[in-house]
Design a protein around this ligand. Sequence first.
Ligand code: WQD
Length: 332
Amino acid sequence: MSVLITGGAGYIGAHIVRLLVDRGDRVVVVDDLSSGDASRLSGATLVRIDLAGDGARERLGSAIRDHGVTSVVHLAARKNAAESVTDPAGYYRDNVGGLAAVIGACADTGVRRLVFSSSAAVYGTPAVPRVDEAAPTQPINPYGESKLVGEWLVRDAATAHGIDAISLRYFNVAGAGWPDLGDPFPLNLITIAIDRVRRGLAPSVFGADFDTPDGTGVRDYVHVMDLAEAHLAALDALASRQQADSPAGAQVFNVGTGEGASVLEVLDRLRAASGIRFEVQVGPRRPGDPAAVVADPAMIAQQLGWRATRTLDDMVSSAWQAERPEPTASLA
Ligand code: WQD
């Protein structure tokens, strides 16, 4: 199989690239390297394209033809929910515009298999703590909106161009499959907490008055290796469907463990992994933060045969042990 991965030089993409290269697939990475790291990509071909830029559709089509690409995984996107509130146009341009270029290139070249990186952010603040794919999609920021619009565009592409697609709604991704593939940006709980602990600072707890067992926010943390394996399961399912001449569709799956963990539980795992008995500082809630968002992952297990196998301890300890750039001024 020859797979093109946009955003493949990023934290999640690099894990998917390495798994595909290790199993013998030909891999082409399309990335603008605005946040990706080319040194992660041994064994893959890198093509630098800004997917929201002029001529991106045509350049992408050339890369697909030049490398005999049969499947595309589209990860390239901006994903900072807080940043999206201050730059909605930039998020729609990059996240929806970039996807439009990918779909156009697939239509132009006859590529009929697409895996799209979506997000649990499409659920916004769910009315129930555990969500399946039929739960209402009510995103509360432009990042989540851009992912939901992306799912609609993928669905329309199935109808218009016969592109058979799977959208994966990522829950809270964490950990590292290899020490050199840690998440370099402290933008989420575990990476922010590690960055602060390494600088001798107390991690912050955003709210301890939620209606949860210990009062802190509950999320569904999924190991980046499990998430990467979900992409391979999706690619293989699409390949089988094309071989069976199945009609193009647009399936959507939650990618999570189905288990929730609170902020305090995660930080306690970090004390164990680091051996540092750090204190925490409890502050106010973040505006819009839901108390709990946990996946019901029954559909992906049933349809793709994928289940998460790695634990919260695996995530926190691998994140702690991963090679990281020098601690930065935390962005939190
Ligand atoms: C997790 C919990 C915070 C930092 C993200 C993004 C996006 C999406 C879903 C892929 C919350 C608390 C955090 C800190 C804290 N995934 N927290 N102190 O908000 O669930 O959403 O995951 O698209 O990546 O939307 O992730 O890591 O910011 O927060 O107490 O310093 O940790 O309040 O309860 P979130 P997060």
